[in-house]
Structures are given as structure tokens and as C-alpha cells.
Design a protein around this ligand. Structure first.
Ligand code: NDP
Length: 343
């Protein structure tokens, strides 16, 4: 049995979908109410691999909302993640993916120091961040979409916003080692971490977001932003491929501009329908087949009987592990989402 821990993108989103999740009493409640709401198992899932193998899983709604990261809500965010993990473990789920902000909160607040959740002692090898598969899928989206658009990677400048993060640093490692990109622009706020990444890669230009964007043929957004940023499409190159891997999305505005191609980053499509309802709630275009790559990692580990924290800790993702999860992903019938929207 696999598990997925997820959350909605905002209070407004949560209020809108409370009815669909079967919780009408949550629909007109404010943030205070959501802060006190316990995690719930809201969906059961059946996935069939193209090998014919079938697995079952459960979706745990953590009731965390990105607004809880503001001001004094950090403790609430921590409680949401730990309680969801305890619920997964108590439900005898062998491998659970920590979706969206749950893995970021885990790392940011050092939750490996908080093993005891009431009467449950968390066993961390039952959990994975899913970030290795997410990073792999984003890199394949860069490679395959750039080929579709006629962008030659060996001539291209790729800007990675969130470069020092767990997913961003893995994307940089792969683009350096496997895709032979001409230039890497590294964007984040903490300069020390940027310099450490630059030293590790032995390349890459550290740049401010606003300065970098007009130079980029390809932009990979993997920053952990509770709210998206507004960008002016006129400032971008044409063509420009924009891969938005954030959850919530890193781009606040829907970019509809000629020559700017926006792809939902870190999303996979399965070859067969999945029995669940949760992806409709997070607005996937084809909810029975499309899902977050981190969730797919939980499924892949279950298919392979790899009940272990395959992706764990920060900035530990190697190209070898990305290749390994990539092979399993293909074997079971997952592929990167390759649809781009443009103006
Ligand atoms: P991390 O917290 O490890 O890294 C976040 C990165 O973003 C850091 O480099 C951070 O550096 C940078 N950052 C944060 N805020 C800003 C800002 N305002 N401007 C520029 N850079 C910023 O996160 P992850 O790598 O784990 O996750 C990245 C994103 O991917 C998240 O949105 C997450 O929800 C999403 N995600 C998507 C998945 C999928 O399946 N599609 C799966 C898992 C995660 P600094 O703080 O120095 O600025």
C-alpha cells in the first residue's frame, strides 16, 4: 500500500473544494478553522502498470494551506505535516510521498528531530519526498519540449529559479552532466548556497531574477513560493520555454504571449486510467491520467517493492538516482507531460 500526502493551494481553493472532498462544514470556514482541522484520508486509489501489476493507495489531505507559512503559523504547518505522517504510518502504509510543501516544511523545520508524534514513533524510511522523480521529469520536459520547439540545448541559456533547492540543484546537475546546455543561470536569494552550488557544478552564472529572465531561452521555475510572482512576458526571449514546476505555481499570471511556451512542470501522464478523484480537485487537465511526479514516485516505489526513503534530505539527489527512477517510471508507463500553452 502506498500513500500520498497533499494539500490545496490556498484558502480560497480549499473552501471551493471542501464540498467535493465530502466536508461541507469546511466550505465557509476561515484559516483558523483549517489550522485546527486534523488530516484525513479522503481518497483510495488503484493504479495499474503497463506490466499488468496493480497497486492500491490512499490520499491523505493534510489540511495545510500555504497561507499558514506567514507570520506565526509555522508551528501549525509543522503539526499538519507530522500528524499526516503519523496517520500514514498508523494506517499501515509502507511508502508515502510527501507532496508540495510537506517535504519543504519537513526540511525547513528540521522535522527529523521530531520522531515522536503522540504514541507514534515515525519511521522515516516509510516516506519519500518524491523529488528525485520530479527533478528527472522536469529535465526530460526541458529536453523533449526544447526539441519540439527547435531549441538546440547546446546553444541554449537555461535559467533555474530555485537553483539551490532540492529539485533545482538536481535539475542543474542533470542539465550539466546529461543535456550539455550552453549556459546555466543560477537564481535564488541566499548567496552562500548559490556559491556552493556554483563550486559543486564548476559552472553557472549567479544572477538576479530580473536580470536573468531576458537572457534565458529556457526558464525552469522550482522556487518554493507560497504565492506566484508576476512576470512581464514582453521581457522574455521569443521563443522562450517556461517550465513551471512549483506547487502552488510559481507564475501568478497566465502567460499568453506569442513565442512564450508554458509547460506544467513536474507533471506526469500515466498510460492507463488511475482510479481516484483527487486530481480533479487539483485541476489537472486529464485527472484520470495526470499527476504530480512526486506522487508518482510513491507509486513507483510500491510497484518495485522499494519501501524505502528513496528521496530524502536536502540536495542529495544524484544523476544516477534520477536515471534509476527514470527507468522505473518508463517501465510502469509514466511519461512527462509535454503539452505547452502559448499566446
Ligand atoms: P526547496 O525548499 O528545497 O528549494 C526552494 C528553492 O527556491 C531554493 O533554492 C530557494 O532559495 C528558492 N526560493 C525560494 N523563494 C524564492 C524567491 N522568492 N526567489 C527566488 N528563489 C526563491 O524546495 P523543493 O526543491 O523541494 O521544491 C521546489 C518547488 O517544487 C516547490 O514549489 C514545491 O512545491 C514543488 N514541488 C513539485 C512537485 C511535483 O511533483 N511537481 C513535487 C515536489 C515539490 P532561497 O531560499 O535562497 O531563495
Amino acid at each position: 500500500m502506498f500513500g500520498l500526502i497533499g494539500h490545496l493551494t490556498s484558502l480560497e481553493h480549499a473552501q471551493r473544494v471542501a464540498m467535493d472532498l465530502g466536508y461541507p462544514e469546511y466550505a465557509d470556514q476561515g484559516l483558523d478553522f483549517w489550522c485546527s482541522a486534523p488530516p484525513q484520508i479522503v481518497d483510495t486509489i488503484k493504479v495499474t502498470s503497463i506490466t499488468g501489476q496493480q497497486i492500491e493507495g490512499k490520499y491523505i489531505e493534510s489540511c495545510f494551506l500555504p497561507e499558514m507559512l506567514a507570520n506565526h503559523w509555522g508551528k501549525t504547518a509543522v503539526r499538519k505535516v507530522l500528524n499526516s505522517m503519523a496517520l500514514a504510518q498508523k494506517s499501515n502504509i509502507q511508502i508515502t510521498a510527501l507532496g508540495g510543501f510537506s517535504s519543504i516544511i519537513f526540511e525547513e523545520f528540521n522535522l527529523h528531530e521530531s520522531k515522536q508524534v503522540r504514541n507514534v514513533e515515525l519511521e522515516f524510511d516509510r516516506f519519500t519526498t518524491g523529488n528525485t522523480h520530479t527533478a528527472y521529469i522536469i529535465c526530460r520536459q526541458v529536453e523533449q519540449m526544447s526539441a519540439q520547439l527547435g531549441l538546440d540545448l547546446s546553444q541554449a541559456t537555461v535559467a533555474v529559479c530555485g537553483a539551490t533547492g532540492d529539485i533545482g540543484s538536481a535539475v542543474c546537475r542533470w542539465l550539466d552532466a546529461k543535456s550539455d546546455v550552453a549556459e546555466l543561470l543560477l537564481i535564488a536569494r541566499n548567496q552562500e548556497r548559490l556559491q556552493a552550488l556554483q563550486a559543486e557544478l564548476g559552472r553557472g552564472k549567479i544572477m538576479e531574477l530580473a536580470t536573468a529572465l531576458p537572457h534565458a531561452d529556457i526558464i525552469v521555475w522550482v522556487a518554493s513560493m507560497p504565492k506566484g510572482v508576476e512576470i512581464l512576458p514582453e521581457q522574455l526571449k521569443s521563443p522562450c520555454l517556461l517550465i513551471d514546476g512549483g506547487y502552488p505555481k510559481n507564475l501568478a499570471n497566465k502567460l499568453q504571449h506569442p513565442g512564450v511556451y508554458v509547460v506544467n512542470g513536474g507533471i506526469v501522464e500515466h498510460s492507463l486510467d488511475i482510479e481516484w478523484k483527487i486530481m480533479e480537485i487539483v485541476n489537472m487537465d486529464v485527472p484520470e491520467r495526470q499527476l504530480f511526479a512526486c506522487f508518482a514516485e510513491g507509486m513507483l516505489l510500491e510497484f518495485e517493492g522499494l519501501h524505502t526513503n528513496f528521496s530524502w534530505g536536502r540536495n542529495q539527489i544524484s544523476v544516477v538516482k534520477m536515471e534509476q527512477i527514470g527507468e522505473i517510471s518508463v517501465k510502469h508507463g509514466f511519461r512527462p507531460l509535454l503539452a505547452a500553452s502559448s499566446g
